[in-house]
Write a new protein. Structure first.
Length: 286
């Protein structure tokens, strides 16, 4: 990395706070200005020395920043981009950590003007599995993939700076097209979460749900684990990426219909073949 820089952190939660801590430990950032709604979260970060100063507005936070990291729920990112655009320094690198990328990239194109050339949509594949508050920690991104989604308008120097910053916090950058990212994450993250939420909801709708849940063992724990994620995060992600998630959900429905058919027809060879295909794919997945 070059000389230490000032980071404007918009959104004081686990993802942004962990980035700030790790970047400071790596001497890639030497001052962090925090802004968050509610304001008490930024104040808490200040007390915990995750950030060094608190801004009253997002525009104030970015006005002296070399790097801007937007670490808010997905639905808040586009409005924040519009709010900070007039205050951005010309040289500032702008990134987000949202779980969807194409809609954010399109919003940035519309509101950032010339600053768009220094905007790098980013998605670190890291976080927590349970809903609720979690303090940031500097090792969160160690060895984790971070997907970066530049396009033909991105300045090469901005992409290089983003790669260096993420490498400094321990992450492994992977360059992808934003649409390819959304399809890929829709398949391996967004759809599984949707199915886990639906499965838990189906159990809760049973009149004997308490008795059923009391019988849960390791298989139930493994399958339902991601249904314990923060609902406020997923209420944004799933609608935002529905163009990718809903066709995949239809494919799951077709597979369920096929399984139901072979079960009701007592076609055990076909059932075993379907189950074995899925089982072997999971066994050999790394």
């Amino acid at each position: 990395m070059a000389e230490p820089k000032t980071l404007a952190l918009l959104g004081c939660g686990l993802m942004g706070g962990s980035f700030a801590l790790a970047a400071q430990q790596a001497h890639a950032i030497d001052h962090v200005i925090g802004y968050s709604i509610p304001a008490k979260t930024a104040e808490y970060f200040y007390q915990q020395e995750v950030i060094q100063s608190v801004a009253q507005t997002a525009a104030q936070a970015v006005s002296q920043a070399d790097v801007v990291l937007i670490a808010t729920p997905v639905a808040a990112i586009a409005p924040l981009l519009a709010e900070i655009a007039p205050a951005l320094p010309d040289h500032a690198l702008i990134m987000d950590v949202g779980s969807t990328k194409r809609s954010i990239q399109l919003a940035a194109q519309q509101v950032l003007g010339t600053h768009y050339h220094r905007f790098i949509p980013a998605h670190p594949i890291a976080g927590k599995e349970k809903a609720g508050h979690s303090d940031p920690f500097a090792s969160l991104y160690q060895g984790k993939t971070v997907v970066l989604c530049p396009d033909e308008h991105t300045l090469p120097i901005a992409l290089e700076q983003a790669q260096q910053l993420w490498q400094a916090v321990g992450a492994i950058p992977k360059i992808m097209d934003a649409t390819a990212h959304d399809r890929g994450l829709g398949a391996v993250s967004h759809l599984p979460h949707l199915i886990a939420f639906a499965y838990m909801d189906a159990l809760l709708n049973q009149t004997d749900s308490e008795q059923l849940l009391a019988l849960g063992g390791p298989g139930f724990r493994d399958f339902s684990r991601i249904a314990g994620c923060d609902a406020t995060v997923w209420r944004d992600i799933l609608p935002d990426n529905q163009d990718q998630v809903l066709p995949l959900l239809q494919a799951v429905r077709q597979s369920l219909d096929q399984l139901e058919h072979v079960i009701t027809q007592h076609d055990t060879p076909a059932l075993e073949a379907l189950l074995s295909r899925a089982s072997q794919a999971r066994i050999h997945w790394k």
